[in-house]
Write a protein that binds this ligand. Sequence first.
Ligand SMILES: NC(=O)c1ccc[n+]([C@@H]2O[C@H](COP(=O)([O-])OP(=O)(O)OC[C@H]3O[C@@H](n4cnc5c(N)ncnc54)[C@H](OP(=O)(O)O)[C@@H]3O)[C@@H](O)[C@H]2O)c1
Length: 287
Amino acid sequence: MIIVTGATGALNGVTVDRLLDELPPSDIGVSVRKPEHAQQLADRGVRVRQGSYNDPAALRHSFADAEQVLLVSSSDVTADVNAQHRTAIDAAVEAGAQRILYTSSHGTGFNTPYPPLAINAAAEQHLAESGVAWTALRNGFYGDLSQLLGPWQATGTIAKPADGPFSWVDRRDAGEAAARILTSDEPFDGPVDLTPPTSVTLADFAEQASELSGRHVERIVVDDEKWVVGEIAAGVPEAAARFTLAMFQATRSGHFAQPGLTLSRLLGREPRSIADQLAAEQFVKTR
Ligand SMILES: NC(=O)c1ccc[n+]([C@@H]2O[C@H](COP(=O)([O-])OP(=O)(O)OC[C@H]3O[C@@H](n4cnc5c(N)ncnc54)[C@H](OP(=O)(O)O)[C@@H]3O)[C@@H](O)[C@H]2O)c1
């Protein structure tokens, strides 16, 4: 049985959907904080059990019978996420899982400007010490395009701090690749980079947005501190603005830059390009 946490979230929700394309529902279980949010999965025959990274006993119960457990990286900003990840990994070991997978990120390592990279490095270290086979799905950078680019459709500009090349994946592709790894006969041991064959910059997004919209979209580089001041004036908490700034700083130092071929190989096609993703977003906005 494959047990997935974070299945009521965006990334691992896609993974469960893609697993259901390939496996009988009785081979799949989910461990979710709110089972009522997973009713659709229960209706399809997926085993739904309650589990939270703050509750080891509930996790052990929800991981029972698992050959493989896929752990989402916690999004709980109010918690000690390192402790949560250790709790989840230990519960999977205690439940007898033969392989533990974890949604890590490309560029993971200690001593980086972007805090999630060190959190993922700590989780990977705990996995390596767990004594159980493990796989870190080092996804390229992803997220909502509106957050990455700002309101370019209204302003005709992408006004953000300086960036460097970064690997940008469509979350649907990352979720699908995880399902392929979970159902593969090939062992994927340790860190696996899931990045597209080419990295991009915000200037590339501006170019593609210009082509798509038929009008010039300008990439404007904003001074770091001026950008933070502007975000705070727009109502963003300073800590959140500085967190995002750290992401841009990480791209400048190449933390998200290495392209890869494993993602394409797993998908059996090219990953969705930034043009595909911008077009999909445009379609949603104009419906
Ligand atoms: N590589 C990247 O660029 C990138 C970008 C954004 C995020 N991430 C990371 O990747 C993860 C998945 O991304 P996403 O887009 O799927 O985010 P998401 O939609 O916010 O999903 C996060 C999932 O984590 C679950 N979760 C949070 N805290 C938990 C806890 N204490 N115990 C058990 N489950 C918990 C949530 O449960 P509920 O459904 O109950 O809320 C949710 O299902 C995020 O959590 C974040 O750590 C990576």
